[in-house]
Design a protein around this ligand. Structure first.
Ligand SMILES: [Fe+2]
Length: 179
């Protein structure tokens, strides 16, 4: 790795954060897939679950390349991932409160979209740092993940919007609750 020591340190810490966050996202996606009402949304969540597993493998390849930091086998640590934990908690509470299937699917899809946005921000930074450090293979791997996350963010956003439109037509009670 070339470049300033502080940037190298930030990059490794960022990769560790991304690794632990991905583990949390894997659990969250599994949970969301069991809660989804429509087979279409469930299939989309399960497909992204497979993609997320491959994203974890990419991170492992980067660690192979740059050397393994200590602590990587720790269980998921809380504080760094409050954003994801909050999204999942809010989703669960909303599902309990909502009345109809389209309202529930809309909330799940919007939550999945929010998680992708979080990861896009993280991976965007990591890609820039990898480029700065001359880690071109790492930058390429991170870029592949970033492209997947960007596609998923758009797809889950469309799911959320489509279901929200159906809520307004089919489930006015849920809509009144949500507004
Ligand atoms: Fe993702």
């Amino acid at each position: 790795m070339n470049g300033p020591a502080k940037l190298q340190e930030l990059f490794v810490e960022g990769l560790k954060d991304a690794f632990f966050a991905q583990k949390l996202v894997l659990r969250s996606l599994k949970k969301m897939a069991t809660q989804a009402i429509s087979a279409e949304l469930r299939a989309a969540l399960e497909a992204h679950l497979g993609e997320t597993q491959r994203q974890v493998e990419r991170l492992l390849r980067i660690f192979d390349e740059i050397g393994w930091p200590d602590e990587i086998d720790d269980p998921v640590r809380g504080e760094t991932y409050d954003a994801i934990v909050d999204v999942v908690d809010d989703t669960r509470q909303a599902i309990d409160a909502l009345l109809g299937p389209h309202a529930i699917d809309s909330v799940i899809a919007a939550s999945a979209q929010a998680v992708q946005r979080y990861q896009i921000a993280r991976y965007g930074l990591l890609r820039a740092w990898a480029q700065q450090l001359g880690l071109l293979n790492a930058a390429r791997l991170i870029n592949e993940t970033l492209q997947e996350e960007t596609r998923s963010e758009r797809m889950f956003g469309q799911f959320a919007d489509r279901n929200l439109e159906r809520v307004q037509v089919c489930e006015p009670a849920s809509f009144a609750l949500a507004s």
